[in-house]
Structure formats: C-alpha cells, structure tokens
Ligand binder design. Structure first.
Ligand SMILES: Nc1ncnc2c1ncn2[C@@H]1O[C@H](COP(=O)(O)OP(=O)(O)OP(=O)(O)O)[C@@H](O)[C@H]1O
Ligand SMILES: [Mg+2]
Length: 255
C-alpha cells in the first residue's frame, strides 16, 4: 500500500474560545483526488491554512511526504513541493496571462535580478509555456488578465499556484462562482491536472465533488464526520442527515 503523502495527527486550532479544528487526524494517500466538504465554518479552510503553514496549530502534527512540517514557515513548505491557491486574488489585471505566470515562476527561482542569466529566463519561459498548457490557457496567453472570464481567472490562479512546481496542490473552492459551462470546463481541467500532481480540493458544489473526487472527507464543527469513496459518502446516514439533507440529489441538467 502507498504511504500517505500527507499525514495529519491530532490537529487542534482555536480562535479564542472557538475550536476551529478539534483533534483532526487524517491521512491522504498519493495519486488519488481528495475532496473535503462540509458546511460553512466546519474548519476546511483553517485546515488548509495550518497544513500550508499560514496558521500555527495549537497542538498536533503535520507530515508531508514523511517529513515533519509542523510549524514550518509557508515558503519552506512551498519549497518542499506544496502549493495552494489563495482565496485572495493574486492576479494582476493589467498584465497578460503569460506575464502573470512569468512573475510567479520567476519568483520561485529567487530574486528577480536584472543580471539573471539568460538560461534562467529561458527556463522560466519554458515553465510558463508548460503551465499554459496544463491550465489550457495557451490561446489567451497575451490577453490582459483583467479581460478574462471568471472561470479563466480561476484557472490562472491555479496556474500561479503551479508556478512553484508543486507535487501537492491545495485548491479552496476552485469553481466557486462559476456558471455551468465554465464549471464543466474547469472540472475537466482539474481532472487532467490530477494526473500530474496530488490534489486536495475543498468544494461546496456537490455534483462536482461526487464527479471528481476519488475520496471524500466530510468535516463538521472542526471535526471529521466521515470519510470514504463518493458512493460510501452518498450512502452514509450521518452525512445525509448532518450535511446533504435527507433529500435525493437534484438532477443537474449540465452533468
Ligand atoms: N482568522 C480567524 N480568526 C477567528 N476565527 C476564525 C479565523 N478563521 C476562521 N475562523 C473561524 O473558524 C471557523 C472555521 O472557519 P473556516 O474558514 O475554516 O471554515 P470553512 O469550513 O472553510 O467554511 P466555508 O465553507 O464557509 O469556507 C469559523 O467559525 C470561522 O469563523
Ligand atoms: Mg473556507
């Protein structure tokens, strides 16, 4: 069996009196697409914040590919190959798609030095071309980011997260706010991406989650309510009651 790529043990995070993560213990295996679902305030984003080093936990440990990264600074964790998309917009509207990616890829290589070697610039340019392919925005490379559709901005955000060449990518609500057509397109691109990097996505759109994910983790009130395959989760009585509601899934005309 595969060793877990990410191992979270007994993780607790409090905000004053509020327990946002309550002794969370989770293993994530490599090479399958993981989704985390759960009602608002369940602690999903907080979990990403702690895993990626943006927040320090009060107790517990995080191991990434066998290495203890508990309390490590975000840039060090990023160098180990973990990247995340931010909910805060990190795209520069006046720059083109390719320029946005170029800045992100160059930042990865160190300072943007005016005398940086040509070979390094060459490598960055190659990297940008590769990311454009991965996110399917090659045709829009010279478009200013400010003119992109909502869905394409979201893809560009994913591209920026990919600039650090991660082996694990954490996506927080990647299709939030998209219409049906954009959602379908983005879902396909995420599926494609999952062939190259390990992915954990937080997502509220249930048809998308059940379509994309190999494994689903259900969080509620800072804890883990259930884990399993989409089938297992759909049949889980506690999940249906606490989260999905006890009704049948509605039909999605675009699925
Ligand atoms: N920086 C913070 N300071 C204080 N409380 C916070 C902070 N971040 C999150 N919380 C609280 O912790 C709880 C968990 O929040 P979190 O953002 O992790 O939930 P979530 O599962 O991502 O929800 P959503 O689905 O709405 O994004 C919430 O009650 C939230 O208000
Ligand atoms: Mg959240």
């Amino acid at each position: 069996m595969n060793a877990p790529m990410l191992r979270i043990a007994d993780l607790t995070k409090r905000f004053g009196g509020l327990v946002a993560l309550d002794r969370v213990t989770l293993d994530f295996e490599p090479n399958i697409l993981h989704a985390i679902i759960g009602p608002n305030g369940a602690g999903k984003t907080t979990l990403f914040n702690v895993i990626s080093g943006m927040l320090k936990s009060d107790s517990g440990t995080v191991q990434f590919r066998g290495k203890d990264i508990t309390g490590m600074a975000p840039h060090r964790i990023s160098r180990l190959g973990m990247s995340r998309s931010l909910q805060i917009k990190s795209v520069f509207d006046s720059m083109t798609v390719a320029e946005n990616l170029w800045i992100a890829a160059q930042a990865r290589q160190g300072v943007m030095h005016p005398f940086a070697s040509r070979s390094r610039f060459g490598r960055t340019t190659e990297r940008v071309d590769g990311i454009l392919e991965q996110i399917g925005l090659t045709g829009l490379r010279n478009s200013p980011a400010g003119t992109l559709s909502y869905g394409d901005v979201a893809l560009l955000e994913i591209g920026i997260a990919l600039a650090t060449e991660p082996s694990l990518l954490l996506l927080d609500e990647p299709i939030c706010g998209m219409g049906p057509a954009e959602t379908a397109e983005t879902v396909e691109k995420i599926r494609h991406l999952a062939e190259e990097v390990d992915l954990i996505i937080i997502e509220h759109d249930m048809p998308v989650v059940f379509d994309l994910a190999d494994r689903i983790t259900v969080m509620a009130q800072g804890g883990v309510l259930a884990r399993g395959t989409p089938d297992e989760i759909a049949r889980n009585a506690a999940v249906r009651e606490a989260y999905l509601g006890d009704e049948e899934e509605e039909d999605d005309p675009d699925a």
